[in-house]
Design a protein around this ligand. Sequence first.
Ligand code: ATP
Ligand code: MG
Length: 580
Amino acid sequence: MLGTIGKESARTRGASLPDPEKTRKSFTWDIAEAMLDGLPGGGLNIAYEALDRHVAAGHGAQVAIRWLGKGDDRRDFTYGDLAEQTSRFAQVLKMHGLNRGDSVFALMGRIPELYVAALGTLKAGLVFTPLFSAFGPEPIRTRMEIGSARVLVTTETLYRRKIAKWRDEIPSLELVLIVGETAPDGCTALAAAMAAAEPVMDVARTQPEDPALIHFTSGTTGKPKGAVHVHNAVLYHAISGRYALELTPETIYWCTADPGWVTGTSYGIISPLVNRVTMIVDEAEFDLDRWYSTIEREKVEVWYSAPTAIRMMMRAGAEAAAPYDFSSLRFLASVGEPLNPEAVVWSNRVFGRPFHDNWWQTETGGIMIANLAAQDVRPGSMGKPMPGIEAGIVKRTDGGVAELGNGDIGELALRPGWPSMMRTYLHEQARYDKCFVNGWYLSGDLAMRDTDGYYWFVGRADDLIKTSGHLVGPFEVENALIEHEAVAEAGVIGVPDETAGEVIKAYVTLVPGFAPSEELERSIRGHARKKLGPAVAPREIVFRNTLPKTRSGKIMRRLLKARELGLPEGDISTLETDET
Ligand code: ATP
Ligand code: MG
């Protein structure tokens, strides 16, 4: 009793009250820390949190990865299996004289070795960089150069096709490990090396601020940047997986993202294993029936996917989903691109659950803004800032930024300080420094916050369109377009115009059964005019077979614009589909 009175009087005497935001943050990180064990004897290592500690706690026999090969192959890997294999992998690195902080690159499809290489590298205290296996030789080479790769783990086919020619021109590259029993000259066969290695390994005593991963951004807006992440990120992977994705022990979870992108690593390897789920890994690319039957057969409970895939499902229609049983699903989430409200409503109807949109970037290392299970989903909104995350909408001013209010469109900014934030852009410190102004991290995305605190994506800062005095985000126009029954996907840009400043031009792909025609163009433009008003509706619509997209599934509006203006295409190393 006395103690309470004493505290109160200290306050009234003018002692400063704790900052509620700081209290909220530290409380969040306390919870995150409590979800982890830390290395026995001190230190923090992602691989230990993801695997070994679960084995130590008696969960070694639980399936960690259920791997579905391209054909009908189906193999289970328990936490015990992965702990052993990652130890063997780490021993192989050690035997080759590699040291803490050295850089290991992986280039392969979603095969089990990829997961072993990722966590084995971290276990050995080295730094891991995954590359998407469909990259061409040049994007692979430049990234390995930027990252001073000392080790590459790949398959024989990919090596012969994409690496062999220039391998000797990368002086830092000492060791090439080839998945399987045999290897071309100058390379080491991984299976043989692992079989000969010790099955146990002391986990490297890394500290929270030691580098763990380098992720290249998607290259949607230009040349990809290498974001450096540290072991401390695991705090955020633990807590955000729990609260934004509902990952609890033994949940059956499927993240469809490839580990070549940050989603496929943060939430396709680390977060799920730290949360001790059973995760599905599908080696194959998107295939509607395969996806639906995977959910049914494996009884997937939590599913994390992306708008580009969801729009493909919508394009195929609800009938294609009708024969399947989706009753195992309890939480659906989406990331990577704005999720059209249409898609949220559609999924709720077809799967009995809405997709929960969430927003983040390679730089942020983890989900920052999310529609949580406990909140109402607002279709078209990215949700609210995660616990421990302070977001704001700001406007750049001369030399600083000013905070904007609810309802204003501005740049989405975050207060730095969460554990999974990048620590630098590799070799681009100045560019990194430029992301921070007045204590905010500036995301480069435009958004709006409503009076209930939900955030709404408007567009990339570079993609904003100024037409007849209006500021228009492409997302708003694209949403209206895809509501038209014939439109499957849309990408919108502004093109210079003498009277309006810019006018809106739209590129669309069609739902099967519809064919391009002048009449259809008129119908789509009429629909857009009704939804958006004449000033904001597209002046012109171009039909395409596919939109130019990055391999991570993002529409490259800047490429549509560069072509429209006859400008150089810039870095297109991550470009995937692009058929006129
Ligand atoms: P680069 O930075 O090289 O141009 P990128 O920004 O596309 O590429 P990523 O880090 O993979 O690279 O993607 C992050 C971006 O993806 C975000 O800044 C945002 O523009 C977009 N994004 C991610 N999630 C969402 C979402 N839920 N809604 C809208 N946009 C999203
Ligand atoms: Mg970016």
